[in-house]
Design a protein around this ligand. Structure first.
Ligand code: SAM
Ligand code: SF4
Length: 346
């Protein structure tokens, strides 16, 4: 039996006051990577040969839920489940169900970032658990290029998954990493494709995280360039629309959908950062672009009670740094952060 989500009658529920970091930012968003494993090997994210964690190092679903519950009691309003590929973790729907039962009782939103390969199987169950929006990563619409970028994926599986998600009533946002010389000529097509289906599109700059066996400089494409090119064909107008994440959005007049830009490299988005990231081993990173972390697995497995867990959360947030400083070392090509994006889930 999963524990930690104490049932409080909704009528009596008062959401907790958000914790504030040393810079006054309210920390209301927790991203949880539930596994480091993945069925794909996107070239900008992972190396071809990855060594994944032994099971004993990974938090159980019960431990993950207990930690999430403690965060909600400390003012977290939004939880995003990510990975690795979250939907390849065995029994992960149990976690969605348990966290979903907390929506309206402190938690405003439970959401998911996925590569979409398992979505056809899980879309209805996700909707039933209370998920309303999903982010699906799709960098290209070309089947052969998809297989090349992911080193093994079949695009049909992802397209089926996206359709199933829409069919289940989930709002789908497509995430695409902009890659020089790979999908840069296709971004117009991706936007048109998303527009026809009513999906927002969010473009991401490649971030230098973890060794991938490739050269990131070669494929790094500043989104300022992409945006200028898009303006030749599309009418983009800035909007204040926010989803609680770092993307800045424009309305696309021709499609009635939105395009978002996540620009950690050209534009620091730290000043409005509201989030922290928990890995599947219980390590909490207070900043995506910094190495400092707090070990919640040790706290949990030392038998901490709820009060001790909450104190550990407060202590970690009190250490949240002001921001990141991603750079690609042009001489060595070394990543500025040694862990892979699949560890923290993006
Ligand atoms: N497997 C899921 C997926 O692909 O959506 C969730 C985890 S994945 C790490 C989350 C997001 O991070 C994806 O949209 C992916 O494209 C993006 N990503 C991975 N490595 C990245 C990198 N080095 N720079 C920028 N984005 C990256
Ligand atoms: Fe897997 Fe997502 Fe990383 Fe691709 S981006 S390898 S799908 S974790």
């Amino acid at each position: 039996m999963l524990q930690g989500m104490n049932a409080v009658p909704p009528s009596q529920y008062q959401p907790a006051e958000a914790l504030r970091d040393p810079f006054g930012r309210a920390i209301t968003y927790l991203r949880v990577s539930v596994t480091d494993r993945c069925d794909l090997r996107c070239s900008y994210c992972m190396a071809e040969e990855m060594t994944f964690l032994p099971k004993r190092e990974v938090l159980s679903l019960e431990e993950l839920e207990r930690l999430c519950a403690a965060f909600v009691r400390q003012g977290t309003r939004k939880i995003r489940i990510t990975g690795g590929e979250p939907l390849v973790r065995r029994d992960v729907m149990r976690l969605f169900e348990r966290l979903g039962s907390r929506i309206g009782e402190g938690l405003d939103e439970l959401t998911l970032t996925t590569n979409g390969t398992q979505l056809a199987k899980y879309a209805s169950a996700l909707a039933a658990a209370g998920v309303r929006r999903v982010n699906v990563s799709l960098d290209t619409l070309r089947p052969a290029l998809f297989t090349e970028i992911t080193r093994r994926g079949r695009i049909e599986q992802v397209l089926e998954g996206i359709e199933a998600a829409s069919g289940a009533g989930l709002a789908v946002k497509i995430n695409a990493v902009a890659l020089r010389g790979i999908n840069e000529e296709e971004i117009d097509d991706l936007l048109a494709w998303c527009g026809e289906r009513g999906h927002d599109l969010c473009l991401i700059e490649t971030m230098p995280m973890g060794e991938t066996g490739g050269d990131r400089n070669e494929h790094y494409l500043p989104l300022s360039i992409v945006r200028a090119r898009l303006r030749r064909r599309w009418t983009l107008s800035e909007t204040g629309y926010r989803t609680g994440g770092p993307a800045r959005y424009c309305d696309v007049a021709e499609t009635g959908t939105r395009i978002g830009f996540i620009t950690p490299m050209t534009h620091n988005f730290c000043e409005s950062c509201n989030r922290v990231r928990l890995t599947c081993t219980g390590t909490l990173y207070m900043c995506l672009g910094q190495e400092d972390s707090a070990d919640f697995r040790a706290v949990l497995r030392a038998g901490a009670d709820d009060a001790a867990l909450e104190a550990a959360i407060r202590a970690a947030i009190a250490r949240k740094p002001k921001g990141h400083d991603f750079v690609i070392d042009r001489r060595t090509n070394a990543p500025s952060v040694s862990r892979h994006m699949s560890v923290t889930g993006g």
